[in-house]
Design a protein around this ligand. Structure first.
Ligand SMILES: *[C@@H]1O[C@H](CO)[C@@H](O)[C@H](O)[C@H]1NC(C)=O
Ligand SMILES: *[C@@H]1O[C@H](CO)[C@@H](O)[C@H](O)[C@H]1NC(C)=O
Ligand SMILES: *[C@@H]1O[C@H](CO)[C@@H](O)[C@H](O)[C@H]1NC(C)=O
Ligand SMILES: *[C@@H]1O[C@H](CO)[C@@H](O)[C@H](O)[C@H]1NC(C)=O
Ligand SMILES: *[C@@H]1O[C@H](CO)[C@@H](O)[C@H](O)[C@H]1NC(C)=O
Ligand SMILES: *[C@@H]1O[C@H](CO)[C@@H](O)[C@H](O)[C@H]1NC(C)=O
Ligand SMILES: *[C@@H]1O[C@H](CO)[C@@H](O)[C@H](O)[C@H]1NC(C)=O
Length: 395
């Protein structure tokens, strides 16, 4: 047999009909890392910010091979021997599909522009902060980029013109008491929404609607004791709020929330899933993916660590699968809407690719690993083999 299957103890708990199986792990190179940030998939290619290696990894999802490591970032900076995220990079990132460019926040307040045709940094844009530039939204209609400067005493977002690669202005958030997290652009209404984890007015967090041309905040929607970090738009005007570890510590609440941004109303909560950072959405399968990497078993700060990747059906707002991860690097997630590959960086195994399959729909399936470097042609056989194995083992 061309495959050697090793059935590991790492459980994959399948709650409904969705089933992702681990297909492959790409080892950390050049050295193992404990500090990564955001990831994204574009045109069958995966991009991951890796502070430990000071690079953006570029992985071809068809061959499962690293095609480039983009250098030129400040890397992981230490303060008294401890990692200092406020001045480290690369951090958040976003693809500008219409320009074939990747914008990446760096630890010195600069935004690096990578040309995706040759995976090289072609511009560096200063945002006026000596601390990190972090997370992004792209207003594709106006070709304007929103990037966060979360470490300043008064945190702000910088608005950048994609065409001119120049700073146009900024919006400050004087009430923000714990930085700024993910901004997200809505193709539905054309507004940009910003996740503010904690403010003097809303201790449980708020979503601010901003005007990127007038440089002002238009509306504020309070969150339900969520202290969201990642946010992502699903269908229509549904915004998923990835509630952070702070909601567990402060309120003893572990939930993920769905907000209807036409009203600011919370239309659903998904219990048992919090401690999140990056979140994403696959429009092809209509699924959300939440990195609940600081989740705890009972939803309280004293509960045992229960790090997981949660997959939520965006049609019914119900949990359909969880995959056990780690509380170190697994705060990053990306999904390929073409192949449905799901990618999570795991501290012990590297950049780990999960493939969608109908092989199993029961509780607790094994996590297989495929041996050998070649990926092409193996996976279809692999899943047939897994389906057969699952049947034999009555999983
Ligand atoms: C990375 O970690 C793995 C698993 O612990 C180990 O086998 C490998 O040698 C490490 N690689 C490096 C470059 O340290
Ligand atoms: C998409 O990827 C393919 C294969 O890697 C490449 O040939 C093509 O130029 C890419 N398209 C864009 C728009 O980057
Ligand atoms: C990458 O492409 C851009 C333009 O598309 C060019 O300006 C730059 O010099 C190229 N860099 C390398 C290293 O080829
Ligand atoms: C933000 O915008 C204001 C008003 O235009 C400007 O005075 C200030 O210098 C800007 N801040 C930064 C860090 O560029
Ligand atoms: C939704 O929001 C509207 C407008 O703010 C409000 O009138 C309504 O009561 C809310 N509905 C629910 C179910 O909370
Ligand atoms: C992360 O998980 C490990 C167990 O896997 C635990 O010992 C450690 O305390 C956790 N760290 C945090 C910050 O939750
Ligand atoms: C999974 O099963 C559904 C329903 O039988 C089918 O429509 C879909 O194509 C299958 N997907 C895969 C990846 O096999």
């Amino acid at each position: 047999m061309i495959l050697s299957l090793s059935v590991l103890a790492l459980p994959v708990c399948v709650l409904a009909s969705v089933s992702y199986l681990r297909a492959e792990a790409i080892p950390w190179e050049p050295k193992n890392t404990t500090s990564v940030d955001q990831s994204v998939v574009h045109n069958g290619t995966y991009y991951l910010s890796d502070r430990g290696n000071s690079v953006v990894h570029v992985v071809d999802l068809f061959t499962g091979k690293t095609v480039a490591d983009v250098n030129g970032f400040v890397g992981l900076q230490l303060n008294n021997g401890k990692p200092d995220n406020a001045i480290s990079g690369p951090n958040g990132l976003i693809v500008l599909p219409d320009r074939n460019e990747l914008y990446v926040g760096d630890g010195d307040g600069s935004v690096k522009v990578i040309d995706l045709r040759n995976n090289t940094i072609v511009a560096s844009i200063a945002t006026g902060s000596v601390y990190r530039a972090d997370e992004f939204a792209y207003d594709a209609k106006r070709q304007l980029i929103v990037v966060t400067n979360p470490e300043e005493t008064i945190p702000y977002v910088t608005i950048i013109s994609a065409v001119g690669r120049q700073v146009l202005g900024n919006i400050t958030f004087p009430g923000a008491t714990n930085g700024i997290e993910q901004p997200a652009w809505s193709a539905f209404d054309g507004y940009t929404y910003v996740s503010i984890p904690e403010t003097t007015a809303n201790a449980g967090g708020e979503i601010d609607v901003i005007d990127v041309e007038q440089f002002k905040v238009l509306k504020v929607f309070p969150e339900p004791n969520c202290n969201a970090h990642g946010i992502v738009f699903g269908p229509n005007q549904q915004l998923l709020l990835g509630c952070s570890y702070d909601s567990i510590v402060r309120y003893g609440i572990a939930h993920t929330a769905i907000m209807d941004v036409s009203t600011g109303n919370i239309t659903a909560t998904i219990d048992g899933i919090a401690g999140a950072d990056q979140v994403t959405y696959d429009p092809t399968r209509n699924l959300y993916y939440v990195t609940a990497y600081q989740n705890t078993a009972d939803g309280t700060k004293n509960g045992a660590p229960d790090p997981k990747l949660a997959i939520i059906d965006a049609g019914t707002n119900t949990l359909v699968e969880t995959i056990t991860t780690d509380n170190v690097t697994a705060h990053s997630v990306a999904v390929d809407p073409m192949s449905n590959a799901l990618i999570v960086p795991l501290v012990n195994s590297g950049i780990t690719i999960f493939d969608f399959s109908n092989a199993s729909s029961s509780a607790a399936s094994p996590t297989p690993t495929a041996s050998g470097a070649a990926r092409e042609g193996i996976l279809p056989v692999f899943f047939v083999a897994m389906a057969a194995l699952a049947t034999i083992m009555n999983l």
